[in-house]
Ligand binder design. Structure first.
Ligand code: AR6
Length: 348
């Protein structure tokens, strides 16, 4: 199976937006639509004179609104020009106007049947909108839109410094990593000692012993003892796919609510749904755990069904654990944090 064929509906990428091979890129323009500096200048330079000629016919664009043109020499078929607010002090309706930019641009993209759209962080350059807040607005509006619509949307960050989670969150997570980032062997030894203290028990029924490492065996036993032997034994037979569908039912969610909240592509979800033995990647399992708002124990259980475990020798795992422990299940915020710590993101 080639997982590459699946895309997360919302992705944050670092790139030059003029290089994005998508149906439409969004331009952070000014009301004249006649070009300028920043991303606007870059887009006009890459698209060529045809773009400016078409822009001249549009008669400008009001702040918070959007207009569409062809993409000319760009890899993108369309350019959607939107005009972000100039940031004053945040008390002059800037947020509502910025939200409107994203909504209007997405509506135009939908009208033109775009399946893939890339946004820069509108207003966050010359127009002075604080970058972390600009990013939050982008994520909020786009994720709302994606709950109702099928599209892949990219937020394109030009330079890494732009991508900032709040300092407080960053230092909290950094501290959590410091406190928990331990040498794997130490962790393993502790687990083994714990395991040896438990009565002996059959390994997970569905998998050959050689398929799972000792660490997972420990987790497996620990779970069995912790949550009642009968319950645990009956659920050891359950596959990842079965557990996922059971949890969706238990939570009273629809399938769509679950995979959208997990930022998982619909096609990937159908595949998991129809294949009881589907082997997901670790980020996929964790995306569902977050979407279902599983506790840490349930998350470990679900990971185990797919042959994984949470480890304290891995920053990615510790960050996820931090969010679960803090009851924060916002996948986009988690992805912001993962990005800030140079980890791969959750989703397909
Ligand atoms: N690809 C992706 N993002 C980029 C690129 C690029 N090639 N170049 C810059 N950015 P700005 P605004 C980022 O100033 O704040 C223009 O003159 C940049 O790092 O381009 O909405 C217009 O004509 C920043 O995070 O747009 C308007 O007069 C983000 O794009 C005015 O600037 C937006 O920065 C609009 O200001």
């Amino acid at each position: 199976m080639h997982r590459k064929e699946y895309f997360m509906p919302l992705e944050i990428v670092r790139n030059d937006i003029t290089k994005m091979k998508v149906d439409a890129i969004v331009n952070a323009a000014d009301e004249s639509l006649l070009g300028g500096g920043g991303v606007d200048g870059a887009i006009h330079r890459a698209a060529g004179a045809g773009l400016l000629a078409e822009c001249r016919t549009l008669g400008g664009c009001k702040t918070g609104m959007a207009q569409i043109t062809g993409g000319y020499n760009l890899p993108a078929k369309y350019v959607i020009h939107t005009v972000g607010p100039i940031y004053n002090d945040g008390k002059h309706g800037e947020k509502a106007l910025l939200e409107s930019c994203y909504r209007e641009s997405l509506a135009l993209a939908k009208e033109h049947n775009c399946e893939t759209v890339a946004f820069p962080l509108i207003s966050s350059g010359v127009y002075g909108y604080p970058k972390d807040q600009a990013l939050k607005v982008a994520i909020d509006v786009i994720s709302d839109f994606l709950l109702e619509n099928e599209m892949t949307v990219y937020i394109v960050i030009f330079d890494k410094d732009t991508y900032q989670i709040s300092e407080k969150l960053f230092s909290d997570i950094a501290e959590y990593i410091d406190d928990n980032y331990v040498d794997e062997h130490t962790d393993y030894r502790r687990e083994r000692i714990r395991m040896n203290a438990l009565p002996s028990m059959a390994p997970c029924a569905r998998r050959k012993k050689s398929d799972i490492d000792s660490f997972e065996m420990c987790e497996c036993k620990a779970m069995a003892v912790g949550s009642g032997l009968d319950d645990a034994l009956s659920q050891m037979d359950e596959s990842f796919s079965e557990m996922l569908l059971r949890k969706i039912d238990e939570r009273g969610m629809t399938d769509a609510q679950c995979y959208k909240k997990a930022n998982i592509d619909r096609k990937l979800f159908s595949k998991i749904r129809s294949d009881v033995n589907y082997k997901p990647s670790k980020p996929t399992v964790l995306a569902f755990a977050i979407s279902l708002e599983l506790t840490l124990a349930e998350t470990k259980d679900m990971l185990m069904k797919a042959g994984f475990a949470l480890s304290h020798s891995n920053k990615f795992d510790i960050i996820i654990e931090y969010f679960i422990k803090n009851g924060n299940y916002n996948i986009f915020e988690i992805n912001e944090a993962l990005f800030a710590f140079d980890q791969s993101l959750l989703g397909a």
